[in-house]
Design a protein around this ligand. Structure first.
Ligand code: HEC
Length: 129
């Protein structure tokens, strides 16, 4: 009886701890993330809701959004068939080397070499709803 109760509790606890660690990881890099976004992404992507007409899709609310799904944006076939939900991990993979992660993508970006900068910019994107 005890063990069957304890296991899910431990699972729940470690999940909460992992989420706390994630949130804590983001706090110190918040302003760095905005800077990286402005330098590396802002020329093609907007994060203010409703802004259109940029080369890349609007990234407001991109975390949790299905890839290639923003209404009215003309994605590559590659991005439309990628069929993933954007999360911190796979956005970091995308921006490491877009052409490797989504072969045939229209995103003409060579990649962000610094893992710290990748993490910072993804933390920033998480805040853009
Ligand atoms: C030179 C322009 C350009 C730059 C710079 C650029 N992107 Fe993109 N991005 C695009 C284009 C164009 C697409 C659409 C790709 C496609 O349809 O294959 C895209 C797609 C994306 C997507 C997928 C969005 C969706 O709706 O599925 C994400 C996430 C993304 N970019 C993040 C970033 C981040 C973060 C940076 C900066 C580190 C960045 N991009 C830099 C042009 C750019």
């Amino acid at each position: 009886m005890f063990t069957s109760l304890r296991l899910p509790l431990i699972g729940l606890l470690s999940l909460t701890l992992a989420q706390a660690a994630l949130a804590a990881d983001c706090a110190p890099v918040q302003s760095r993330g905005a800077e990286v976004f402005a330098n590396e992404c802002g020329v093609c992507h907007a994060v203010s809701k409703g802004t259109t007409g940029m080369m890349g899709p609007n990234l407001a609310g991109v975390v949790g959004r299905k890839s290639g799904s923003l209404e009215g944006f003309n994605y590559s076939q590659a991005m439309r068939s990628k069929n993933i939900d954007w999360q911190a991990e796979n956005i970091e993979q995308l921006i490491t080397q877009p052409q490797a992660y989504v072969p045939g993508t229209y995103m003409p970006y060579m990649g962000l070499a610094s893992a710290d900068d990748r993490q910072a910019v993804v933390c920033y994107l998480k805040e853009q709803h």
